[in-house]
Every structure is written in C-alpha cells, then in structure tokens.
Design a protein around this ligand. Structure first.
Ligand code: PNW
Length: 456
C-alpha cells in the first residue's frame, strides 16, 4: 500500500501542550494559564507551566524528529509570547524561540508547518470579550503579520486556526476548555469571529506573499449507530436529516464560509435561536472567503447521532436540540473515543466532493492509550494498530478520488491534553514528566518504517 509521490509524512504538536516556560522571555498570560490554574478545570490540577519543557529542549526534540525521518513538523506559535497583551509591537525575545526552532527544522531537512492559533489566546484579549468580541478578529490579523514578518522568509506553510469548532463550543459553549464560558449564544458569536479572524489573517498573509494557506478543522463524518461498521446501512429520513444537520454544525459551519462564502442554513437557524445573527455583518462572508490552498483535517472519531425529539440539548451543540448523541459500538481509546477507521475515508471523500479543487491534509490523527515504559521500551501495539487502520483508510480514500497530500500524527510527544491534563498520552514518543526523558514508543519506530517506504 504505497502512497503518492511527495506525500507528506510528519507529526504535530501545539504550543501550550508542550512548551512550558510560561513566564520566560516576556511571555504574557494566555486563557489556558488562567483556566488551568483555576481549580476544578483540569484533571489532576495539571497545568502547562512545565509541560514537555520543549522551550528548552527543542534542539533534542528536533534531533528526535530527524531520527524518525519526519518530513514535516506542525507546531503552533504562542500568541502571548509574540504579543504578551495581544496587541502592539511584537516581543522579539518571544519570536526568537520560533526563529531558532525553524532554523533547526530546516537544518534537519524537516518542513515547518506553522499554526498561528491553537487556542492560547492572550488573557488580556479575553478580558475584553475574547472571541465574543469582533475586535479579536482584527487582533489576530495583526499578530499573524508580526509572526510572518519574522518567519515568513523560511516558513512556507501557514495555518490560521486550529479547530475553531473546539475553540468556540468547548471554550464558550460547554466550558470544558478555556476560557470556560457556558453560553451557546457566546459560542456562536465566537465561531463567527474566529472565522472572521481567519479571513483577515489569511488576507494579511496573502498580501505578504504567503502561498500555502491552510485552515485546520476538527471534522468527522456524522453517522447513525447502524452506519458504524456497516457502510451499506441506509438511515431513515429523520435520522438522515439529523446526520446532515450535525455535519453542517461541525464542518459546514467553518468550511462553507471559508470556501464558498456562505453559512449552512442550519447554522443561521441555530444562531437565530441563540442570540441572533446580528454579529454577522454585511460583507463578513466576503472577508472570510479568502481562497485557501489546503484544508487540514483533524480526525479522531465519528459523531454518532440519531433523531431524538425531546432529548436534552447538548450545550456544545446549539442547533441540535432534537438530536441524540450516542456512544458508538466499537472499541475505544483511553479518551473513551470509539475507534472507527473507515470514518476517515468517508470524511475525506465527502470533503473532496463538497470542496472540490482544494487539496486535503490529515493534520492530526492519533490516539491515547495506557502506555508504560518497560525496560526502556513502550510496546504500544494498540496505537500501531490504530494508526495502521487509519492509514489504510486514508489510502482507500485516495483511491476513491480524495485529493489527500499528507498525514501528520497527533502527537510527536505525550503532552498536556487540555482538560484531561497529563494522564492522557497521545505521543508516539513517551515523556517521563519527572525527568523529561523521551522514549520513542514502538509506534514511533513503526512510523519511521512507514515513512521510509512511503506506505504500509
Ligand atoms: C484536538 N473534543 O483537540 C487538538 O487539536 C489537539 O490539541 C488535541 O490534543 C487532540 O485533538 C486530542 O484531543 C480536541 O472533545 C480536543 O471533541 C477535544 C475534542 C476534539 C478535539
């Protein structure tokens, strides 16, 4: 099972999840510093204060990436390192860290993929309304310009946002993520302002000559319980409508505006019943629909739903009031997420159909398991089988016509898994947080072979 020539193999991380060094070189506070330091928000009271100490260990970590044969490394830039208060002149000491990292990656023959926003909003901006405030979108564009001015001569691949659905609905809807607000109307405003920020930042990067622009969404096919494990199952009318609505709320809400310059009807209806659509101003959709060069897809598991009038609404899903969210009948990871590899092929094929002409990249795929180091090894056979199963489906999608250009595993390192803290390990490299020792798991050694032979 060989992948196309020039298929991009790599791994991904995010700033707050690995860097630590939260007070160094003038870094300001982010919403995740405040949120994780507020008791009750993160399992075990964990914070990103130290994390993988990548800020001090980046040289060794890049050497590790090279040993694994990664062709690409997707990282994110911490906005509060660049602009401690989210506005104003850039902090050169904060940018210098990414400058060093990029130079090391290039020297190792690894292509840097920079993400501008992977959820660590400067707290000073949150104090002015965060993503519920329209101004934050303009601030993102200024920040994007500052980062591009420093790194744009060497970084060719730029992502504006990572998973705006999570940032909006877990951050402002059900409060599971920072800033921990619980208000569906706020979440819908946040989603729009994130999109506006994407468009304004993308336009700014384009003006500066950026050529590979990507928006990264967490996407998943919506499936009925019967469709899990049975691609031939055909849902009834009501269930099919539920599936389409969930798809519109999760994926269409972001990709339809960004690519086609329009919102799905289901999103406008949900906004109408949750605070109104007044925040969507004339001309916004034109600003949002700046052409992008690639769609990044983070896939973990499908959304299993069925029509269920009278179910209590899920706080993270305004617009889904008559839809029931179900557990899939499938084995699951340590996150409790069902393992459904063919969800990936279904998704990639659909995205190619809905957004033709825009290449796709799997920007995250991976799983948490209960990994233990035994005699210097981590035998994570479950992760190997998870990754292998998903790669088979990625290959199948390509054969079915999906324009898939690369695959990045989440994650390079075990790291701060947001509300789950350090107890959930997604890395292909194990991290002992007491010593910061890195141990490549069996999955890392397996992945090195996959990369070397460009397939399975
Ligand atoms: C993604 N959910 O987050 C992120 O991009 C990563 O930073 C994260 O570590 C990874 O997936 C694994 O979780 C998500 O609850 C976090 O639906 C939570 C959800 C989805 C994605």
């Amino acid at each position: 099972m060989i992948f196309p020539e020039n298929f991009v193999w790599g791994a991904a991380t995010a700033s707050y999840q690995i860097e630590g060094a939260v007070k160094e070189d003038g870094r300001g506070q982010s919403i995740w510093d405040v949120f994780s330091h507020t008791p009750g928000n993160v399992a075990g009271g964990d914070t990103g204060d130290v994390a993988c100490d990548h800020y001090h260990r980046h040289t060794g970590d890049v050497a590790l990436m090279r040993e694994l044969g990664l062709a690409a490394y997707r990282f994110s830039v911490a906005w509060p390192r660049v602009q401690p208060d989210g506005t104003g002149p850039a902090n050169p000491r904060g940018l210098a860290f990414y400058d060093r990292l990029v130079d090391e990656l290039l020297a190792a023959g690894i292509t840097p993929y920079a993400t501008l926003y992977h959820w660590d909003l400067p707290q000073a901006l949150e104090d002015r309304g965060g993503w519920t405030a329209r101004d934050t979108a303009h601030r993102l564009a200024d920040y994007a310009e500052a980062v591009h001015a420093r790194l744009g001569d060497r970084v060719r691949h730029w992502t504006t946002l990572n998973e705006p659905w999570v940032a909006a609905y877990l951050g402002y809807g059900n409060g599971v993520h920072a800033p921990g607000r619980r208000d569906p109307a706020a979440a819908m405003r946040a989603a729009h302002h994130l999109l506006l920020g994407h468009g304004l930042a993308a336009a700014r990067l384009r003006e500066r000559g950026a050529q590979h622009l990507m928006l990264v969404v967490n996407s998943a096919p919506a499936l009925t319980p019967a469709q899990v494990g049975d691609p031939s199952a055909v849902p009834g009318e009501a269930d099919a409508a539920a599936v389409e609505r969930v798809h519109a709320l999760l994926t269409g809400q972001f990709l339809d505006p960004a690519v086609h310059g329009r919102y799905p009807e289901a999103v406008l209806e949900a906004a109408g019943r949750n605070g109104g659509t007044g925040h969507i101003q004339d001309g916004d959709l034109e600003l949002i629909a700046v052409p992008i060069d690639q769609i990044g897809v983070n896939y973990y598991n499908p959304c299993v739903v069925e029509a269920a009038p009278g179910e209590p609404a899920d706080a993270a899903w305004p617009g889904s009031e008559d839809i029931g969210f179900r557990a899939a009948e499938a084995p699951s990871t340590a996150m409790g997420w069902p393992i459904v590899p063919d969800g990936l092929s279904r998704l990639l094929v659909r995205l190619t159909r809905d957004y033709p002409g825009i290449p796709l990249m799997v920007t995250e795929n991976g799983a948490a398991f209960e990994d233990v180091v035994v005699d210097g090894r981590v035998h994570d056979a479950e992760r190997v089988s998870f990754l292998e199963g998903h790669l088979r489906e990625a290959h199948r999608a390509i054969e079915a016509g999906a324009d898939l250009r690369g695959y990045l595993v989440w994650s390079l390192l075990d790291n701060f898994e947001w509300a789950e803290g350090y107890r959930r390990r997604f890395g292909i490299v194990h991290v002992d947080y007491a010593t910061q020792a890195r141990t490549p798991k069996d999955s890392a050694l397996w992945f090195r072979n996959v990369i070397a032979r460009n397939g399975l």
